[in-house]
Write a protein that binds this ligand. Sequence first.
Ligand code: DON
Length: 584
Amino acid sequence: MKRWAAIGLWCVSALLIVGATVGVATTGGASGEPPPQPSVEHSGVFRDGAVAADQLEASKAGAEILVAGGNAADAAAATMLALGVLNPASSGFGGGGFALYYCVKEDKLTFLDFRERAPAAATPDMFENFQGATPPGPAASPSQLGGLAAGVPGEPAGIAALVDRFGSMSLSEVIGPALRLAEEGFPVSPTLAAMGAAFKVQLDQDPVMSKWDLAPGAVLRRPSLAHVLRVFAKEGMKALYNGPLGREMAAVVQKHGGIMTFQDLRDYRVVTRKPLEVDLFGYRWVTAPPPSAGGFTMLQSLTILERVVGAKPVYGASLLHTMAESWKGPFVDRQRYFGDPAQIIQPLDRMMSPGRIEKRAALAGGEKANPADAYDFPIVWTSPAARTSDNAGTSHLCVVDVEGNVAAVTTTVNRPFGARFTAAGIVMNDEMDDFASGVGESNAFGLVGGAPNLPGPRKRPVSTMSPTIVFKDGKPVLCVGASGGSRIVTATQQVAMNILLLGMDAGHAVDAPRIHHQGFPEKLRVETMMPLDDSLQDDLRARGHVIEPIRNVANVQAIQIVTEPERRLHAASDPRKGGSPAGH
Ligand code: DON
């Protein structure tokens, strides 16, 4: 039996259809170090509305709003707010992200970019020429720790935009579950406990985080965040960008050596963008545009795959090999061409031109693995000892409501606990590490930095976040996305393919072992948490791939919308991070 099939047996989907109450797929046990126990019920089937977040309490927060009559935008906002309380290692008011929203009444897709952006005083060499000392503890470079690491947060503006533009409730209503969690407290999850232990030496330096008891199961209350939530409920986005909390945030960032000013906060804006869309394999795939490179990577890979393997792919070494090859070209493109679309021209059409795809498909369809440079002329790469990162920061959630609205949201403070200091009670992001610290330098995820992605005033750094909605005959059939740095996109694509092209149900599709290749380094990553069958690994080695085990390839949440014979929402949260969905 294939090893992933065996894993699938212990991950039986729970059929949960409940009337007007919030049903949950019972807590999965998988998270943290050492390798977790498999989750038994990390998936569920719901009739009216569903939320798949990477933590059960967050899914429940969103589902509570759905049951109270909120729509997918309200529930997504409530889930984001709850996640910010429950897991400050992954996301929160001090971070930012992307939301892809499908409004069924208008049959309209909107992409909200509420990503952090660089302060106005940012310069291309601010990290390369940094002269200061490196403090103790992990992830301690100036783009990852301290004031310079923090971009201007977008999360409060993103949540406000989601609710203002698409929601049916007020901010004070959607804030309810998060406020309750912050005031009454909640048990620390194994994921948060593991991250707390890993970064303890740095959290101990912060007046707020040093007081947290992050032992697994300890009850954590967040009174300072509860205060911020109350002000936000009353005043909306200006609470954090244009009032005393914003002033305090800028002052604390500067105290930590940063360059963010109150004016940077006042100037912050959410950007509405046109998502990327392509018809492939009989579906319409809609995903993140730049400044994400993730959406482009997935669409180019799928385009190549359709050409090489045909409309009906079959699981096996040949598919995995072609998939790994199909990612190498877009990761080269990422280094060469991607940056903030407001500041540079990205020739996406030319990058997807038939001639270019043809050449790449011919290479990817060969028997042997190719060096990434074969897909284009060599890129600049000066730091081959790429730093690698755990999949701990960032959170992806999917929501589908009773009307059929869909929200796919990926939100992040980047690395665990972001820049590892709090300002106004909020954990600040280290999203500046998503810029190139220098041309050819690798970032936390081993992504090679290119000139278009050097830091600059008000620039948004290139991301891999890829919230995705897939349509069949004009109707949404899948919401999917992931957390996990550079692996976000490869994981998102594999789970989508598992469901739509390989016929797996959502639970098994999320469980199944995944692979990852990002061109540089020349390594095909396989998971230790969900090991790929040995014979497949041998076959891939024989094709010339250098296999390197890593703990896991990202954390994926997904909701499949099934309409035959009756409408059902098949929701799954990744056992790798220990989440469970909820719904009604
Ligand atoms: O935007 C990005 O691509 C990154 N900041 C995401 C970081 C992430 O997923 C961290 N988790 N491993």
